[in-house]
Ligand binder design. Structure first.
Ligand code: CO
Length: 461
């Protein structure tokens, strides 16, 4: 028996514990060592890393990827992609999605894990086709959630669909860490039975304290790959520890192909980096704690802390319990969407509004209106018909993808707009995804280049 591990320190652990603030320079020295660890893959790009590079770190996300590729020639580099949303929050036209995937592969990505918040697979089809076209491993990913309609049978059906679409692997993504050990066992057993020889991957977080148990039962049920983080960046809102899972697997006589000496070197390298983030407050000790509230409320930890911050800002923390009780109602009215970006924000904000206004849906956010209009995709279960009538009147929600009707001139327009501020196709793509942040970065880069240039000229004199 064999179980392999994906190391997440460069992406999800970094994103979950220190809000994706780890700059490339800090970890470059360890990459060639990590390359010898024997991981299934290293998750190092996508998710919030792209936005964070431009917004906070003055880094070119594409240069980061090329750097990792150069120092890790032997390891599969993996990214997380939100289907038609790419790494942003709106739906992009097909030609832009395809181009993004092409550039990702060209700059070094091997595995693209593709998901849609609503598990509406129409929203991952274009990215999937592009991944195959440009030679990447396409991993079809399901946003895991719990609701009366999210049964094992439903998940098995979804996995069969992903297999039929032609995905190379299937991943179950438990972003809130609410999947229990027994659920994992039932789910993975069902999925393995249904999809046969396609590798199945489980992704979870330690948020609620169940992750290690959940992984153990998933292993018993035949999981092929699990996601873990080097131990100093594990636990809390991050993944279970790589070395700890390796140790347990060894005892059970399960091969994982990992080199223990290298794992230790990797962790020794990251330890002082982590201590630095604890010392300067970037790593909040709360992120490392176990939060069993998420089990009770079925709300991801990040969503709870967002809600607390918003209510505190408004001086309305006395409404916290009422808002918590309102969340499951709003979620039901919306047809039980998984609480992942952007749905977690939409549901959370609407619940808070309902409670603050004192009458449900007297005020409805534009996002919720767009959701009922079908712009995010198909809801997992039927939405509340009265609420739909209130929002749509006699109109019907659209039954196609929101981008279908839009022939795209985005690329040409952006190219014209940016002129020589864009130095590559990658720059144009960065701008399409995060216009303001990309432009600020380009300006910063230009100033740096001019400074370096005049310095060189002076030196020559
Ligand atoms: Co995650």
């Amino acid at each position: 028996m064999r179980v392999q591990l994906t190391e997440t320190v460069l992406r999800d652990a970094n994103q979950s514990l220190i809000a994706t603030r780890l700059p490339y320079d800090k970890y470059e020295p360890i990459l060639s060592t990590m390359d010898k660890a024997g991981y299934y893959s290293v998750e190092c790009w996508g998710g919030a890393t792209f936005d964070s590079c431009l917004r906070y770190l003055n880094e070119d996300p594409w240069a980061r990827l090329r750097g990792i590729r150069e120092h890790m020639p032997n390891t599969k580099l993996q990214m997380l992609l939100r289907g038609q949303n790419l790494l942003g929050y709106k739906h992009y036209p097909d030609d832009i999605v395809t181009k993004f995937v092409e550039l990702s592969v060209k700059n070094g990505i091997d595995i693209i894990r593709i998901f849609d918040a609503l598990n509406d697979f129409r929203n991952i089809k274009t990215a999937f086709e592009a991944a195959k076209k440009y030679g990447a491993t396409a991993s079809g990913c399901i946003s895991y959630t719990q609701s009366p309609v999210h049964t094992v049978a439903k998940y098995v059906q979804m996995c069969k669909e992903l297999k039929n679409m032609g995905f190379d692997t299937i991943c179950l993504k438990d972003m809130a860490g609410t999947m229990g050990p027994q659920e994992a066992y039932d789910l993975i057993s069902g999925v393995k039975d249904a999809v046969g020889d396609i590798p199945v991957i489980l992704h979870t977080h330690c948020t609620t304290g169940m992750a290690y148990m959940t992984y153990m039962k998933a292993i018993e049920a035949g999981i092929d790959v699990i996601d873990t983080a080097t131990s100093c960046f594990s636990g809390g809102t991050s993944q279970p520890a790589t070395e700890t899972m390796h140790f347990a697997l060894q005892q059970m006589g399960i091969e994982d192909g990992l080199n223990e000496t290298v794992l230790k070197e990797v962790n020794d390298f990251f330890k002082p980096i982590k201590e630095g983030y604890v010392a300067d407050g970037t790593l909040n000790p709360k992120s490392l704690a176990t939060d069993s509230n998420a089990l009770v409320y079925k709300v991801p930890g990040g969503m709870l802390s967002n809600m607390i911050a918003n209510l505190t800002d408004m001086g309305a923390m006395d409404k916290f319990d009422a808002a918590l009780t309102e969340i499951p109602k709003v979620r039901k009215d919306l047809g039980y969407p998984p609480l992942v970006t952007p749905l977690s924000q939409m549901v959370g904000n609407q619940a808070v509004t309902n409670v603050l206004v004192g009458e449900p849906y007297k005020q409805i956010s534009n996002e919720v209106k767009a959701y009922f209009h079908g712009e995010y995709g198909i809801a997992p279960a039927p939405v509340n018909p009265e609420l739909a009538k209130k929002i749509l009147g006699d109109k019907q929600p659209i039954d196609c993808r929101v981008v279908d009707a839009q022939p795209s001139t985005i690329w040409a327009d952006t190219q014209a707009e940016l002129g020589d501020l864009a130095q590559s196709e990658e720059d144009i793509m960065s701008y399409i995804c995060f216009p303001k942040q990309a432009k600020d970065y380009f300006q910063h880069r230009k100033e740096l280049q001019e400074r370096t240039c005049s310095y060189t000229l002076e030196a020559l004199d």
